[in-house]
Design a protein around this ligand. Sequence first.
Ligand SMILES: Cc1cc2nc3c(=O)[nH]c(=O)nc-3n(C[C@H](O)[C@H](O)[C@H](O)COP(=O)(O)OP(=O)(O)OC[C@H]3O[C@@H](n4cnc5c(N)ncnc54)[C@H](O)[C@@H]3O)c2cc1C
Length: 304
Amino acid sequence: MVSRAALLYLSRQRSLKNFFIKFPGFSQVTHRFIAGENIDDAIRAILELNRQGITATFDHLGESTTSEAEAESDVREYLHVLERIEATGANSNISVKLTQLGLDIDREYCLKNTRRLVESAKRHDNFVRIDMEDSSKTDATLNIFKELYHEFGNVGIVLQAYLYRTEKDLDDVLAMGARVRLCKGAYQELETVAFPDKKDVDANFIKLMRKLLKSGIYHGIATHDERMIAATKDFARREGVSKEAFEFQMLYGVRRDLLLKLAREGYRVRAYVPYGEYWYPYFMRRLAERPANVWFVLRNLFKG
Ligand SMILES: Cc1cc2nc3c(=O)[nH]c(=O)nc-3n(C[C@H](O)[C@H](O)[C@H](O)COP(=O)(O)OP(=O)(O)OC[C@H]3O[C@@H](n4cnc5c(N)ncnc54)[C@H](O)[C@@H]3O)c2cc1C
């Protein structure tokens, strides 16, 4: 059985991408989780989701950028995405990773790049969500987020229930009045920083979800876990939190049935829609979340 840890290790081995793309069946397999290679593919996928009552967030795949040329190209892509959202009327915001915008190159450079996006989103009456990466980036990510939140307001953050520190971070962010996307956390972390047992992660997720729902601020509850979703619905009902006061979020290609069901029940729902050529680490993290997906991949790769 392939373990989560092994898949997360592989997700960090960039050179393997070149190995995988040699298989002709691979594009079919990645298309389960990735909307396509270019912006038109993503717009098409998002407009289709919108028709079904699902809003979206664009993710132009990229992370761990080490050159300014790459970071600049990503900034330009996102500026273009914001224009295309307005032009097409797509109901979508954008999600960005700070290492994609140069965090590993220089903090001030990354801040400048992220500011360009938040500023442009503000002009387009849109919103930027800053994804959370592994725990070595948490402080820097929160600092940049806080600075831009105070400057512009139209930016939100992601917090991960698997980190011990998150409850404190969540209290700080709530005190600012900012919007949070709560997720469990997708990276390989040490026991010194993150709960090693799934049941503790789940218990923390529920505890944090309750704080978010009671805050009166519009947050995103990002999970495919039916028990987390049921706990959220129950808590909202008990506390009189309306269905318009928060949203459920899921990843493109994972549990669309559940997203549609929630939309039909009157909940607000959003899909995270990744596109682009740099799919390898994102795709491997999706396999790590459900190692059974590896068999789905292998079957498709070798079937013909
Ligand atoms: C909108 C969104 C944004 C996210 N942003 C971030 C981020 O910024 N930083 C970060 O660290 N993580 C992020 N994540 C990932 C998150 O941290 C988890 O790794 C991921 O959502 C799996 O956790 P789960 O809550 O679905 O529960 P799990 O307990 O992992 O899964 C519950 C059930 O959901 C289904 N499922 C879950 N994942 C998959 C999959 N890949 N394929 C098929 N079925 C699956 C399975 O049926 C599984 O049994 C995001 C997730 C979502 C939904």
